[in-house]
Design a protein around this ligand. Sequence first.
Ligand SMILES: Cc1ncc(COP(=O)(O)O)c(C=O)c1O
Length: 405
Amino acid sequence: MRADVSSQPATHRLGSMKACAEPEQFYTAPAIVTTSRKFRFFDTIASLDDTHAMRPAIANINIENLRHNYRLLSSRAGHAKIMAVVKANAYGHGLALVSSALFDEGCRQFSVTDASEGMALRKLLPEAESIVLFSGIFDADDAGLARQHALTPAITGNHQLRLLQSAGFSGSVWIKINTGMQRLGADDPARLMHQCRASSIEIAGIMSHLACADTPEHPLNRAQAEEFSTLCQQLDPELPASLLNSAGLVALPDQMHDFVRPGLALYGAEPVPTEPLGVRPVMQLTGQVMHVREIAEGVSLSYGASFTAPDNMKIAVVSLGYGDGLPRILSSCGQAYARGTWFPIVGRICMDYCLIDCTTNHLKPGDTVEFWGEKLTVSTVSDLAGTIPYELLTGVGTRVCRRAI
Ligand SMILES: Cc1ncc(COP(=O)(O)O)c(C=O)c1O
């Protein structure tokens, strides 16, 4: 059956649609390209000219919206400092674009996953006050990178401390404690802190991570907050402390402590949609119409011939597919936005292309088509795809051009 086309916002229309139900495929995205001279210094892969040679699968990165989000979260954080979470290529937005814009906006504390991400960020921002490694260090090479690039690992055990000592590391570390997430956290934080101090490694602070902050009423939030405060008091009340991620800013506004660690909200997805912070979308994922084809009634489309035209149709072939991060599960159930209206995705999404139904609203080759952004939020699309915005954003492929707008 052909999905209908409407000029209504997709958020209205998608509300009644069920999440799609096919397996999907995702990719990570380290490539960074920009057409903005302002960010040229930070480009890591392609030059301005290369951008023009790339196929039109483009993630437009709205730097002004990113700055707005940073300012909004800073004011929400009050006296607490923002430690901007820019791991996984800044949640797929491009580490260089994002970190330089945040630095310009006054951000000096950043966090990434591991030493190689930390090294990349240190090269981009030699003056960042602190680059925290959430996963700490894994081996001697990481410890060497932490020393060489003045990185600040979040550690959980003596084995990491020994690696740092062997590498001649004399910087500072965060101590990660478990308050209910049951993921990372020191078994004996008091002992670990004692060992750090005995080896002249400074302790930058104590941090923990919330498991259920996107459900503000969940009792685990308050339980974790209380456990965190108790442990910080026992361990060293003078040390800086950090508990909140993006959703934590909504769920536990009385628990800012010294540093807050927003990721998702910086990129403009509401961490708790029922209590919006007012963040603005940063990424607009687009493809371009390559070809418009007339399809006769009864003809099937794309791989698997899973969609058959119920009438004569017009189909636009668009240059974005699952190899770029468009979830394949949106085959015949997703939406796209172009020329002020909505277009259903029809047939199976391919690696490099998808097909959209433009029978009743005209499209022509060269038209830009949005798959998420201002018109269709990444959270709406992720709901439809049965996943979370984090997965869609970090899944935007390496060959998608990140372009600052
Ligand atoms: C330890 C830690 N803090 C903060 C964050 C940021 O979380 P969010 O993107 O939900 O703000 C993450 C993300 O996974 C994390 O692992």
